[in-house]
Design a protein around this ligand. Sequence first.
Ligand SMILES: [Zn+2]
Length: 689
Amino acid sequence: MNPSDNPLLDHGALMRYDRITPEHVTPAVDALIAAARATIERVATSSEAATWDSVAAPIAAALDALDRTWSTVRHLNAVVSTPALRGAYNANLPKVTAFHADLGQDERLFAKYRAIAASPAFASLSVAQRKVVENELRDFRLGGAELAPADKARFKEVQEALASLSAKFDDNVLDATNAWAYYVDDRSRLAGVPDDVIEQARTEAHAEGREGYKLTLRGPCYVPVMQYADDRSLRAHVHRGYATLASDLGDDPAFDNTALIEQILALRHEEARLLGYASFAEVSLVPKMANTPSEVLAFVRDLGRRARPFAERDYAELRSFARDELGIDDPKASDLAYASEKLRQRRYAFSEQEVKQYFPEDRVLAGLFDLVETIYDVSIAEAPAVTWHPDVRFFQIHDRQGAMVGQFYLDLHAREGKQSGAWMDDAVNRRREGERVQHPVAFLTCNFAPPTRVNGVSRPPLLTHRDVVTMFHEFGHGLHLLLTRVDVPGVSGIEGVEWDAVELPSQIMENWTWEWEVLQRMTRHVDTGAPLPRALFDRMLSAKNFQSGLATLRQVEFALFDMLLHTEYVPGAGGPYADARAVLAAARREVAVVPRPDYDRFMHAFGHVFAGGYAAGYYSYKWAEVLSADAFSVFEEVGVLSPAAGSRFRDEVLARGGSRPALESFIAFRGRPPQLDALLRHNGMTTSS
Ligand SMILES: [Zn+2]
């Protein structure tokens, strides 16, 4: 098949999105997987000496072709989905997954990479090339490639069992959530709850042929009920339902995750021992920026210790507010979100509507581009391109000499057939083949409100400040992809960047949305043209740090629990803990300020750690925040619009991608290892202020 028959195979320049139809997907994916398998076969069976050019380069080229096509399909299915496209995506996903799984277990390739690493020529490879080879060897080892045959069989069983137990864990949480309902007959019991939430509850009851209101534990119902329902006993009932989901105290023992938790932990421990590690946490940290479990534990505990006085202050304030203003003398867990929301409104009341008037989308975009052009010394200009929807815009980034740096699509507005949320995805990664450089291309996707027409006049779309933060965040991921100077696939852009460091370039961008100097230039009232008033900005800033002490300690509690679970606890092995619940109790005793009720079984629905990718990795949230806050403090020191600081951040962090360890990049930029202080200061947790 040739590219003129199938636009998904046309990798020459930008994709011709207008020509791609669902019928193109299967033939393109089949052709590329077949070609990649043929390349792998040729490389694996070749008698030629294993070198970068004979092994790594051809495999990278084959993978790049498949990636470019598959990322296009994945993207279109996410932003302009139709039943036919979804069908084509779902039909091909297992083939792509299986291809990558086979590749990761190909022992012939493992031997080739080992031969490259052992050859005299290895020393003359570039830093980025050596990093790729080292990453390959690491991933083969963690995939069990070095195990003796009997152990290898057992390792595979363990992996498969873990996959199905994790899926079952998630299913139980989902099924328990779906099974739970609380019916309210009298609307007055819902006093305080926003009208749209009540209306939805009425619709759900009605759909079951009932009168009244159906409350559920899904976010859009649970969260506002806990925040706004004036009826204390109603909050207590709903809270208990949520906190006992999928546990021994839940409504249906069929959904109890207690045994699954112990099985999952036992299997993870076995996997670690098979690979020669003392604990699962050690395995989890091998490809991450953090080096050892004790380093992570020390980090988490230090953060907890330093946030504690602020959390105690937050909690004392909340208690006295609840007592004095709400008549709740002894607030329970089910009262905290409610009291907290009331206190927040009392203290920082400003309407999101008011703020939005100052953030017309075009002005925000211009402000964002202006910032990036200033600190990174590039120019951003809109350019014509074929896209997948008329609402999508396309931009090019050039350096000041006019040379191409990268390109991106901006798809900002919510519409039917588009997945919710905001994300950055790579369309094309930077790589070099001889003289030819393939420049990176990013997809930047958000779901902001589309332009509206009022009385026949179209109003520019307005963004909330949260939207602005989201856009800056995703654009930061985009810059990581686009400003890379690494030519070697696998470690260019965001590829190969440690998982606990990958949010540094995105989170650092959020800081500029809280800078007065930037906001003045980025805001313009939609009717009056005035910039954001300083008094309003100050209120926004104080609200940002409302109860940050308590919020930090909650994250610390989760992170400590997760880390203790995967270092110090081994199911059935005696030791200091009887079971996972005892580990949770210990973590709480150590750090929590707010007492939890006896019925609290949050662990049983903690999918991040038991079913998602955050096992022995939950600390990453705070870890990355420390990196971004500390990196941003350089800009605070020398000027938030400093091109000098910008070019150093670009050179040492953004441009390097995964070609060297994130810690090295960080130190090269900051001049020392990361410290907590800037994050605490940004969150208003300093004793001096
Ligand atoms: Zn992110």
